[in-house]
Design a protein around this ligand. Structure first.
Ligand SMILES: NC(=O)c1ccc[n+]([C@@H]2O[C@H](COP(=O)([O-])OP(=O)(O)OC[C@H]3O[C@@H](n4cnc5c(N)ncnc54)[C@H](OP(=O)(O)O)[C@@H]3O)[C@@H](O)[C@H]2O)c1
Length: 321
């Protein structure tokens, strides 16, 4: 079992009295900066010149500084900018950081790949919330939080762990549970989860089911309502009670179909999932990421256009959903 830390194990005190500078004010930057402020942490937001985030940060009542000023102020520098921009940003600010600065990241990839390293005399901590920024903020405001994974550049450094846990507590994650792992585990599992299930897998399952019905003449509206639109109902049952909780609440026909057809689907998926995981572990996916990034926004737009399912989108519009 991974070590789990809750509110009782994650006092916020190691962070109090320290200056935390949040670099970037996007999905995670805004949510985490606001949660830190509401947890009484001394927080500033560091933005590049002409940043689109500046107006939002000002409107939220947060003090903004430039990137170099932020580096000079930070005792904890939370790097909440896109992962592909992070190594260059750290390199640019490298000589401007205070001695002993702790760099905090919200996804382990740059650390696992050695693209961002702990500064000499300082540390590198990953606190990766398992949810988008809006959820990090909304759950915090509701008195809860999202779970997070914690990873440390030096797992033997108790002071670094206390600081990471304090940060996790200040953004609300300790309320839901913080689990300690390594940078590589966080990276591999995060990428695999989004490729195999949350994004790639789910999208493929829905579109393949829709296409299968439509190809033999079933109405597209029925295919959409049954195979795509309802997915949130099942997701909710699984979220609330796991697979067994879902099975307790479905009809006998649905249960029999699940128990007899599910294993056939699993058998077909297994080799594909093994290949997907192997691509992540071998670095093949990382090379693809670099290639896609070198093609700039046009390459991503091309890939996205190729994946767009016109029939499915048209059906959704026709249904007014
Ligand atoms: N998306 C999520 O909810 C989520 C969930 C878990 C973990 N994470 C992790 O959280 C981190 C941040 O992701 P995000 O989705 O929050 O990022 P994001 O919303 O794309 O970040 C945008 C912010 O970064 C700034 N920025 C972009 N490029 C920059 C550069 N070269 N120099 C300085 N600032 C720059 C932008 O400034 P401008 O306003 O000037 O454009 C903006 O304020 C990543 O490590 C990601 O893996 C994200």
């Amino acid at each position: 079992m991974l070590p789990r830390f809750g509110t009782g194990d994650a006092p916020i005190e190691p962070l109090l009295g320290r200056t935390v500078v949040v670099f970037g004010y996007g999905n995670q930057g805004r949510a985490q900066a606001l949660n830190l402020r509401d947890s009484c942490v001394d927080v500033r937001v560091a933005l590049r010149e002409g940043s689109r985030g500046a107006a939002a940060a000002h409107a939220d009542g947060l003090a903004c500084v430039g990137l170099h000023e932020g580096a000079a102020l930070a005792e904890v520098a939370a790097l909440l900018v896109p992962d592909d921009a992070m190594p260059e940003l750290v390199q640019e600010l490298r000589t401007g950081f205070r001695p002993g600065v702790v760099l905090l990241i919200a996804h382990g990839a740059n650390a696992a790949r050695g693209r961002v390293k702990a500064p000499a005399g300082g540390g590198l901590v990953c606190v990766a919330p398992a949810g988008p920024g809006v959820q990090v903020r909304e759950r915090f405001l509701a008195g809860g939080g999202v779970t997070a994974f914690l990873a440390l550049s030096d797992p033997a450094d108790a002071r670094l762990r206390s600081l990471g846990l304090a940060y996790g507590a200040a953004i609300g994650c300790a309320r839901a549970g913080i689990y300690e792992c390594t940078f590589a585990q966080e990276t591999d599992v995060d990428l695999f989860g989004e490729q195999a299930v949350l994004c790639g897998g789910l999208g493929a399952l829905l579109t393949t089911a829709f296409d299968t019905l439509v190809a033999v003449g079933y109405p597209a509206e029925m295919a959409y309502l049954e195979c795509v639109h309802q997915v949130n109902l099942t997701a909710r049952l699984i979220h609330e009670g796991g697979l067994e909780g879902m099975r307790d609440r479905i009809s006998p026909a649905a249960l029999l179909g699940d128990l007899t057809r599910g294993p056939r689907i699993a058998q077909a998926l297994q080799p594909v999932f093994e290949e997907i995981l192997q691509d992540i572990r071998s670095g093949a996916f990382e090379r693809e990421q670099d290639e896609a990034a070198s093609g700039g926004p046009a390459e991503m737009a091309r890939l996205r256009a190729a994946a767009r399912h016109a029939g499915l989108e048209a059906t959704r519009r026709e249904l007014g959903l």
